[in-house]
Design a protein around this ligand. Sequence first.
Ligand SMILES: NC(=O)c1ccc[n+]([C@@H]2O[C@H](COP(=O)([O-])OP(=O)(O)OC[C@H]3O[C@@H](n4cnc5c(N)ncnc54)[C@H](O)[C@@H]3O)[C@@H](O)[C@H]2O)c1
Ligand SMILES: [Zn+2]
Ligand SMILES: [Zn+2]
Length: 345
Amino acid sequence: MRAIVFEDAHNLALKEVDAPEPGANDVVLKVAAVGICGTDTHVFDGEFEGTVYPLIPGHEATGVVTAVGADVADIAVGDHVAINPSTTCGECEFCLNGRQNLCRSWNGLGVVASDGASAEYLSAPRANVFKLRPETDIHEAALIEPLACAIRGYDLLPRRMGETYLIYGAGTMGLLMAQLAPRAGAASVTVVDLNEGRLQAARDVGVENTYTKADDASRELGIEKWDVVIDCTGAIPAIEDALPRVKAGGTFQHFGVAPAEATAHYSPFRVYRDEINIVGTMAVLNTFGRAVAMFEAGAINPTPMISHSFTLDEYSSALEKFRAGTGRKLQIRPNDTESRVLLDI
Ligand SMILES: NC(=O)c1ccc[n+]([C@@H]2O[C@H](COP(=O)([O-])OP(=O)(O)OC[C@H]3O[C@@H](n4cnc5c(N)ncnc54)[C@H](O)[C@@H]3O)[C@@H](O)[C@H]2O)c1
Ligand SMILES: [Zn+2]
Ligand SMILES: [Zn+2]
């Protein structure tokens, strides 16, 4: 089969490799779509902790089952599925305490040491395979993996009715967090991004309050501080701008992934005096099934979120377009023969 292989950091090739055969407890699928996100650029740049090369990248995948292992009874050839890329050791302190996403040997298909979905076929353990309804749009459903991360973020937020939310970043993650906020009880949702095209995406998924600067939001909305402030940029300037805008008793969430060596400044006095909660959130923890359920219930509007799809041949240029902030969610559709412009933006 044809596959993109990260041979080493900064070095990729489109190659002919053996198609996967399912182990006894595995499922093989013909990949329909795989989203590109910042994690792929970190893996390509050699910045993701623990990546073992060569590796086929791609962790936001859906597809149609083509083979199942001898011990797989409840998934059949022809089923439409979405893949949870996280695998964990089951034995470390964190796995045993129900915090598998903090596993010291955390492995992500396409991220650490197991091949991902930027290939015609993907093999995944049965436990990582989630059935979709046949009528669910199999390409849009590649947003279920990031949605599962967003739901993990909400599992760690207070989710009180009637609170005000301020979200930095209108990329895929900011758009998902913004769309879930009303379901978590938000009275209002405000999104800040430097990129006007991304703010249009936020309006397209139903966010009314969109600004390039939080100061403009304060002035126009008459909100000085917010109950919940979420960084979905990973950018230190955004984080430093965001934290002082948390209301007393409120919560700040680090959803974005800042560079590992970066530090940010904030006032410890204010965190003490105003009982500010600062919470992290890491990938997926028992949220994938709920993400499938919410996606299929229409909790998010996927159509304005995915702007382009590319073939395997165009992987490099898709990665460059992602880095440049071009469009919205970019997908690879490894079994397509032509790229597509999905949105007229
Ligand atoms: N916690 C998790 O489990 C998890 C899961 C997936 C992604 N992430 C992280 O979430 C972040 C967002 O992911 P994404 O796919 O939406 O990325 P993205 O690059 O598509 O979106 C980031 C957005 O932030 C905006 N931005 C950058 N600097 C800004 C600033 N100073 N002020 C306002 N806006 C600014 C950009 O214009 C862009 O639209 C990334 O850091 C990603 O690594 C975290
Ligand atoms: Zn991702
Ligand atoms: Zn573990």
